[in-house]
Design a protein. Structure first.
Length: 179
């Protein structure tokens, strides 16, 4: 069993960990039903592992036992590889639940301050989540570098393609890179 398998099993069996990943992480294992069926050009299978509040989905790419990068596909037709594996992805999500805005150039300090303005319990919940995971959060610059390195691998092999039905015919639509 891999570290990713162990982590997923922990999330599935530890309600407090799963709850903290829902908030502040916006990574909900109860939302495993993607908005649409997707495939990736490299042909690797996609396994949905979680969703977020805006309708996006997180997928493990590939077969169990091999390398399984994590793909995020939003509900608006954008997608990116988030991390090299589930452990890296969950660490990023726990440390920087605003990872999407971080990837678009916003500062971690500014984004964290916005969350604290809305919910003053954020630092405590984030700290508890990181402690339960037993991880040290990477510095914002390191997290951004890891995210950008993963995102750079999205095109062409991991940019999802959705199949749509329109009347009696089908067509395919390719997602756009998030970054």
């Amino acid at each position: 069993m891999t570290a990713a398998d162990d982590l997923l099993r922990r999330i599935e069996t530890e309600p407090r960990l799963a709850g903290l990943l829902v908030w502040p992480g916006d990574f909900d294992i109860a939302r495993r039903d993607p908005v649409e069926e997707l495939r990736v050009p490299c042909g690797w299978p996609l396994t949905p592992v979680a969703g977020d509040g805006s309708g996006g989905s997180y997928f493990l790419c590939g077969d169990p036992g091999g390398p399984r990068p994590v793909l995020y596909a939003d509900s608006e037709g954008g997608a990116t590889l988030v991390a090299a594996d589930l452990v890296e992805a969950v660490t990023l999500i726990a440390a920087y639940p605003y990872w999407q805005d971080l990837g678009r150039g916003h500062s971690a300090e500014e984004l964290a301050a916005e969350i604290v303005d809305d919910d003053p319990d954020f630092p405590q919940a984030r700290g508890e989540l990181l402690a339960l995971l037993g991880v040290e959060p990477p510095a914002p610059e390191e997290a951004l570098a890891l995210l950008r390195a993963s995102a750079a691998r999205t095109v062409p092999d991991f940019l999802p393609i959705a199949r749509h039905e329109e009347g009696d015919s089908f067509y395919e639509a390719t997602y756009e890179p998030l970054f």
